[in-house]
Design a protein around this ligand. Structure first.
Ligand SMILES: Nc1ncnc2c1ncn2[C@@H]1O[C@H](COP(=O)(O)OP(=O)(O)OP(=O)(O)O)[C@@H](O)[C@H]1O
Length: 244
């Protein structure tokens, strides 16, 4: 992985009672890259993102964004855009109204609402109630919320959930355009074929770190599939090629 680190996990462990969700995980998210956090159900992806965003405290280790714990980062809500279950829409409101509430809370001008509605392709549906949106439209709306403050880092938990093939292709191109502008994207997923077309770097978790580095290195420049490498790494429990 190249570039300066926007986010860093340093020896992060998270226990819930007797069980350990994430164990001694160290990796970094380089600036300007799209980084896919991959793992099976229950591998610790969401827990890791929650630790990074200060939503849950690590049992050991540290996670930092722009060099500081999220909770101590000035302007954190503007610098980091987040799409995650449980954070988001007041569903009785229209899309536009909900975004206006967030924009006001973040001290942003109303023009940002129109800008993000255009960006995510919801301008024509902005005056409908979110509760009447399709799942894919809700995903786009959540992304619009995350983009409001024009953040440097986007953290997206399973962003393709509920998107149809058009939506997935749109998201892929959209994330690439953000990275081309120098923004950084950290997204979690278990859709390996999709991730393979989207990300620059890969972090594979199965409670412990199994790989951290470029997609190209992992797949030998595309000659081995991400899926094959994924199963080798998560099933053997070895080969944690950490470039952190
Ligand atoms: N609040 C909690 N209390 C107890 N256990 C938890 C809690 N949150 C997560 N866990 C456990 O931690 C482990 C990791 O869960 P996590 O949600 O981070 O995995 P994930 O990789 O995001 O999975 P998925 O792909 O299914 O979303 C699981 O065994 C889960 O049951």
């Amino acid at each position: 992985m190249t570039g300066s680190a926007v986010a860093r996990f340093q020896a992060v462990t998270k226990r819930f009672g007797e069980s350990t969700a994430v164990e001694d995980v160290t990796f970094q998210v380089p600036s300007g890259r799209i980084v896919g956090l991959l793992g099976r159900n229950g591998a610790g992806k969401t827990t890791s993102l929650r630790v990074l965003l200060g939503l849950t405290a690590p049992s050991a280790g540290t996670a930092t964004v722009f060099g500081q714990p999220y909770s101590e980062l000035p302007d954190a809500a503007r610098r980091v855009g987040v799409c995650m279950d449980g954070i988001g829409a007041v569903t009785g409101a229209t899309g536009r109204r909900d975004l206006m509430v967030w924009a006001t809370a973040l001290g942003l001008p109303p023009s940002r609402v129109d800008a993000v509605l255009e960006q995510v392709g919801l301008a024509d549906s902005a005056d409908r109630k979110i509760k009447n949106y399709s799942t894919g439209m809700r995903q786009r709306h959540a992304l619009a919320t995350a983009l409001l403050a024009d953040p440097e880092l986007l953290v997206l938990d399973e962003p393709t959930n509920g998107l149809d093939p058009d939506g997935i292709r749109w998201l892929r191109n959209f994330l690439r355009s953000l990275a081309d502008e120098g923004r950084t994207v950290l997204l979690s997923s278990h859709l390996l074929a999709e991730v393979e077309q989207t990300v620059d770097d890969v972090v594979i978790l199965q409670k412990t770190l199994r790989y951290c580095g470029s997609l190209s290195d992992l797949t030998a420049g595309g000659s081995v599939s991400l899926e094959s490498r994924f199963f080798e790494l998560v099933d053997t429990g070895s080969g944690a090629a950490s470039l952190a």
